[in-house]
Design a protein around this ligand. Structure first.
Ligand SMILES: [Zn+2]
Length: 186
C-alpha cells in the first residue's frame, strides 16, 4: 500500500477520457491500485478519487463518505456509467487535482449509476446529496472533465488569477511524500 502523488490541473492525463478496465485486469492489477487509491484518499482527507488523478489511464474511481452514526460509505466504481439523472442542486465543490480552489457547481440532485464493484460484479447505486455530487464529479474525471469546466465562461475567467497563483504552489506538491494532509476535495 502506498500514498500516490495526485496529478494537478494542467497535466494531460486529467483532460483525457479514461480507458475501460478489461475483465482480465480485475484480479491481476486492481486490488493493489484500489488499496493505494483509498490510502491516498485517506491521507488527504478527500471524498473521491479517480484513477487518472494518480496517473493511471483506467476507468476506475473510489468514493468515501464519512457518516456520523453508521459505517462510512466506501465504494469502488469500475467503468461507471450515469444511467439516470434528475433535479438540480448547486453547491460548493473542490478537487484534489486543484487543491485550494472551490466553486459553486450545478449538478443533478439525484442520479443512478451502473458500474462493476471491486469483485467485478455489476452494481447499481441510487444517490442524492453529497454522494450524488461525488459520483458526478468522479465520472466527469473519467471523461476528462474537471469541475471548473462546468463553470460559466465568465466565472472561469474571474477564477484565472487565483488559478495561476495556485498553479505555482501545486508544482511543489507531492502527496506521496506527505504522511497526512488536511485539504479536502474530490
Ligand atoms: Zn476531482
Amino acid at each position: 500500500m502506498a500514498i500516490k502523488r495526485i496529478c494537478k490541473y494542467g497535466e494531460k492525463i486529467l483532460a483525457k477520457k479514461a480507458r475501460k478496465v478489461e475483465a482480465q485486469e480485475l484480479k491481476r492489477i486492481l486490488p493493489g491500485i484500489i488499496s493505494d487509491m483509498f490510502e491516498t484518499l485517506d491521507a488527504v482527507g478527500g471524498v473521491g478519487l479517480a484513477a487518472n488523478q494518480i496517473g493511471l489511464d483506467l476507468c476506475l474511481a473510489v468514493i468515501k463518505i464519512k457518516k456520523e452514526e453508521e459505517e462510512d460509505l466506501r465504494i469502488v466504481l469500475i467503468n461507471p456509467e450515469l444511467t439516470e439523472k434528475s433535479g438540480v442542486m448547486t453547491g460548493e465543490e473542490g478537487c484534489l487535482s486543484l487543491p485550494g480552489l472551490f466553486a459553486r457547481i450545478k449538478r443533478f440532485s439525484k442520479v443512478k449509476v451502473r458500474a462493476l464493484n471491486e469483485k467485478g460484479l455489476p452494481i447499481e447505486v441510487n444517490a442524492e446529496g453529497l454522494f450524488s455530487r461525488a459520483l458526478q464529479h468522479e465520472i466527469d474525471h473519467l471523461d476528462g472533465i474537471l469541475f471548473i469546466d462546468r463553470l460559466p465562461f465568465m466565472t472561469r475567467l474571474k477564477l484565472k488569477p487565483a488559478l495561476m497563483k495556485l498553479k505555482r504552489r501545486w508544482k511543489k506538491m507531492d502527496e506521496s511524500k506527505l504522511p497526512r494532509g488536511k485539504e479536502a476535495g474530490m
